[in-house]
Design a protein around this ligand. Sequence first.
Ligand SMILES: [Zn+2]
Length: 429
Amino acid sequence: MRGYAAKHLLTHRALGLFTRAPPQQRCCFVRQLLRRPSYKAFASGVSQSEPGVSKQSVYRRQQQERAGAAWLEEPFTCPACRHGSWRADKLQRHLQKCCPDLLPTGLDISSLPQLEIRQILESLRPQELELQAASLQLGWRDFDQDGNRIQRDVPEVAAILGLPRDRTKMLMHRAMKSIPLVADEEPIDILYEDEWLLAANKPPGIITAPKHRFQGGSLVNRIIGYLGRPPYPIHRLDMYTSGVVIVAKHASVVQRLHELFREREVKKVYCALSVGKLPPGNICVDGAIGQSPREKLARTVTDDGQPAVTSFLGMSSAQYDLSQAAKPSLLNPGLQDIDLTQVSVVRCAPKTGKTHQIRVHLAHIGHPIIGDEIYGIQGPWIGRQALHAACLQFVHPATGRALNIEAKLPKDMLDAINALGLQEPAALI
Ligand SMILES: [Zn+2]
């Protein structure tokens, strides 16, 4: 019984994902369906299916008719949230929860013929769009007589529209999401691209993703300009860190990519220029990172922070007197406890991905990053923290192939390496 239930569940999942799964998985779902006993019996009785229609979809239609429901070419969609439902009674229940104000009082669509239901749903859509536009206007785009913007929160907008707060919150959320993100025309340096993923080399000085829908100027806005549609952001780099950033192009791989990052299955290698000379061999720093009590934007190693682990390897070092031109940073104003007579190229492999992790851990062991305005030292060598995400390695979520995406060191870091008398690392991997 348990085996049958599991198989049944798998097949249902297979049917649901038929069209959404990437091709690699799709054939495995079809294989599961083909193994189902009732499908085997059906397929052996049918010599040839209708032209252009697969045996599997004929089977699915039969199953649905047998369950007593009329065959639908496509599901009914909620005029408010676009939720799809194959059954009119389920949709009726959904509408009563989702957008009861759109439904004429006393109307029960579940007893009506299919065509009529579709006409009613279609006629409700303009009302929903009008409400969305009104909520957007009231929430963010209203101005007083002097031209100052009036920003209203959800309860205020709800009171004006005469709708419940939950409904108004969703209206404002959907209205905001309907505003297209800004597409920037600046070119991007593409390191890898296929139908599921795109990896770009982020230049220093731009943020990874926009902070607001109306705003442009981030790497994601440039990717939108390139792709013509928004990607699915997966992770981010600090504004002044350069290097590999990946985004998903297909929704089916987003969850798996997040899992890979969360479960530490993505191998990340960064290159940093730091103060002092690291002891030989791998150095593993295991220190929880939390909010700094001294500065709002800064992080620090603290017992009540979130676990963070990074391993460091000194690649090369050189004698260089930093003290002549060194300017202090926010958290080390006195430039204390650091050796200003040597510099190093450091290979950093973070096992976790906490905010400012590499910068905080290197500062914690007395080798802060050169150019880092919060934790390190500043000077004429480089105009930002000398930190570059050089490589990402992971298993492709759709094809299962091992991927190795590398970004060469940017010019400002190469210049700093030369200026400090260091050697460019031959290979970081
Ligand atoms: Zn809905």
